[in-house]
Design a protein around this ligand. Structure first.
Ligand SMILES: [Cu+2]
Length: 151
């Protein structure tokens, strides 16, 4: 037992100092490598999770608002929403109608809102990106009109 101990000490003493430094250096490089590997792995998984949160906020922002056209007109007549919201107009009036930009009959105020005809049961959609007030009407019955206020 005591012989073993002395030989172990002897072999320890045989190693020159630079070898121990080399071993320490190798161990340190491996340890740092592992740490960096995990840090980078975490960092690469972070943008992914951020991407997920961004897309989930986008889905939150991209809410839809439904406007129903009945024979008494568009309901709700005035819709206030945030930029990026999609408006769905559904025709439940029993007749073919249109969604056209103000003013009747030129429809020049907001050309993107000239969505044209939709028959009973059909839906027209438009995403509003810019703040503003957008008037529209049913060109086939201009007593039916509405307003989209984008904040
Ligand atoms: Cu019109």
């Amino acid at each position: 037992m005591s012989e073993n101990k002395t030989s172990a000490v002897a072999s320890y003493k045989k190693r020159p100092l630079w070898q121990w430094l080399l071993i320490y250096a190798v161990v340190a490089v491996v340890a740092y490598g592992l740490i960096y590997y995990f840090v980078i792995a975490k960092k690469t998984s972070n943008p992914y999770s951020q991407k997920q949160t961004t897309s989930s906020t986008q889905t939150e922002e991209l809410t839809t608002v439904d406007v129903i056209l009945t024979d008494t007109g568009f309901s709700p007549q005035t819709v206030t929403l945030k930029a990026g919201t999609k408006v769905n107009w559904t025709n439940k009036s029993g007749k073919t109608a249109t969604v056209n930009s103000a003013d009747h009959p030129t429809h020049l105020k907001y050309p993107a809102l000239n969505l044209g005809n939709f028959s009973d049961g059909e839906t027209l959609s438009l995403v509003f990106d810019k703040p503003g007030t957008y008037g529209y009407h049913n060109h086939l019955d201009s007593s039916q009109y509405g307003k989209i206020v984008v904040e």
